[in-house]
Design a protein around this ligand. Structure first.
Ligand code: DGL
Length: 285
């Protein structure tokens, strides 16, 4: 990996301006849940969503691969769309790349997403929390720091690397048959241990990959009232608003901001188009 190449290559972009769009990327369609939350929080903004589906899934690839993809996507969004801020709508990419991107793109506000461990610790009554995420996220130094940062907290975190799940969601979520996805959700939850509200049981589940909340009804079916599901998308959107406001980069509401969303894919656009039609409100397109 060549850090200096990434840094010198990306510092050449102009200073962010309030009228340009916010760039959002993920390995595929998972980040659309974050995009939806961003649109609700920031109704005057324009967005460019980039799905790196030619290189998905990220979760079972190495950190260096994901870092290079993040650099390439950030570079493309800056070059072709002059984005004023970047939302890394992917836990795996945030873990692998957000620090490097911040160091390399000093003036660009960058918001990442990470598993909601702190909110889970605050919400759990039994003190047993299940964390479902990709292998890449759970093995990252950033996640380990997040976990150790809660070291004083008595909560116990049960970690599960959900191999295959983001890929199944990418392939099935826009279709009628989610059988493989439902099966994997069942297997991964079962591997965590007993869910429930009694002492010793897991009563809170952190969905630590942005693909997972896209199939929320499947989680609900499996979990029912036994545990509370946590998705940090709305918190990410609030953080994005704060960061833009601090830097004076919120879009002026009196200026027209159409088209509000543009979406791009490095691979086949069909799934992304279908997913946008399903999860992102059509009036906003
Ligand atoms: N949606 C991404 C995440 O939040 C990555 C899933 C994948 O590509 O494996 O981790």
């Amino acid at each position: 990996m060549n850090n200096s190449k990434g840094a010198s290559g990306l510092k050449q972009y102009p200073a962010p301006a309030s009228h340009t769009p916010i760039g959002v990327f993920d390995s595929g369609i998972g980040g659309l849940g974050v995009l939806r939350a961003l649109m609700a929080e920031l109704p005057h903004e324009r967005f460019v969503y980039l799905a790196d589906n030619a290189h998905a899934p990220y979760g079972e690839r190495g950190q260096d691969f994901v870092l290079e993809r993040a650099r390439a996507l950030a570079g493309r969004l800056l070059r072709e769309h002059a984005i004023k801020a970047l939302v890394v709508a992917c836990n795996t990419a945030t873990a692998a790349a957000v620090r490097a991107l911040r160091a390399e793109l000093g003036q660009l506000p960058i918001v990442g997403i990470e598993p909601a461990l702190k909110p889970a610790a605050a919400a759990s009554r039994t003190g047993h929390i299940g964390v479902l995420a990709t292998r890449g996220t759970l093995q990252s130094a950033k996640f380990q720091e997040l976990l150790h940062g809660l070291g004083h907290h008595p909560a116990r975190f049960h970690l599960r690397a959900c191999d295959g799940l983001a890929d199944a969601i990418e392939k099935e979520a826009v279709g009628a048959d989610c059988a493989r996805t439902a099966e994997l959700i069942g297997e991964h939850i079962a591997a965590l241990g007993a869910l429930g509200r009694s002492a010793g049981q897991i009563d809170t589940l952190v969905l630590g990959c942005t693909h997972y909340p896209l199939v929320w009804p499947l989680w609900q079916q499996r979990v029912a009232d036994a545990a509370t599901l946590l998705d940090p998308a709305a918190a990410v959107a609030r953080q994005c608003r704060r960061v833009l406001a601090e830097r004076g980069l919120l879009h002026p509401p009196h200026l027209a901001a159409a088209p509000l969303i543009q979406w791009l894919a490095t691979g086949s656009p069909q799934t992304v188009q279908a997913a946008v039609a399903r999860w992102v409100s059509v009036e906003r397109l």
